[in-house]
Design a protein. Structure first.
Length: 185
């Protein structure tokens, strides 16, 4: 009887331990979605000086996937002839985006949620009516709901295109192609 109680105790505390570790891991991993990473501006220049401008604002994900997707989108848009600025959302970013012909917003999805740092920034943005807008999300099993939620942050403005990246390494090639074709439209 004592042995059975000992085994039940070990199983119980083992299970509780695993649950605690899982909760700590999930909350640490997903905290990257609520962090303001500050100014991380990078520009892909065009030397002739007459180029149209594109802006990509994205929330980084813990494992770096969303950076890679954003960087490949940027390369594609740049190769289509645009000067491209990449940055992360936050208070440092200006909200008047009237100078940009293309604006891209992107976020990872954790626990069904897109980044509140990004949505807060999107809510504050003005002068988007003349830009083509691309929205993207990265995740493991995305559905259109996350992209629709992103679009709702723009108020009455509609996205030109929405795309989910959920295929691992192949997403980098897809992002480049998407950026290039989107800019060429
Ligand atoms: C704790 C946790 C929760 C997640 N929740 C979702 C989710 O609800 N929907 C989804 O599509 N992907 C989910 N994912 C997958 C992430 O969205 C995916 O990892 C994302 O593309 C960021 O990639 P990275 O963390 O490897 O950079 C989750 C991943 C983790 C670790």
């Amino acid at each position: 009887m004592v042995n059975i109680l000992k085994i039940i105790g070990k199983v119980f505390f083992g299970f509780v331990g695993i649950c605690v570790i899982a909760v700590v891991f999930c909350s640490w991993y997903t905290r990257s979605n609520t962090k303001d990473y500050g100014d991380n501006r990078r520009v892909l220049n065009i030397t002739n000086g007459n180029s149209k401008e594109a802006l990509i604002v994205y929330q980084p994900s813990r494992g770096g996937k969303t950076d890679k997707v954003a960087e490949n989108l940027a390369k594609g848009i740049h190769d289509a002839g645009y000067e491209v600025t990449l940055d992360n959302p936050g208070k440092h970013l200006k909200t008047d985006l009237s100078e940009y012909s293309i604006v891209v917003f992107g976020s990872p999805v954790y626990m069904g949620q897109i980044s509140p740092v990004l949505t807060q920034y999107m809510n504050s943005v003005k002068s988007l009516t003349n830009a083509k807008i691309l929205l993207f999300a990265t995740g493991g099993q995305l559905n259109n709901g996350e992209l629709d939620t992103l679009e709702q942050q723009l108020g009455s403005v509609k996205a030109t295109e929405k795309i989910g990246f959920k295929s691992g390494k192949a997403d980098e090639t897809l992002a480049y192609k998407t950026g290039k074709s989107f800019a060429g439209k």
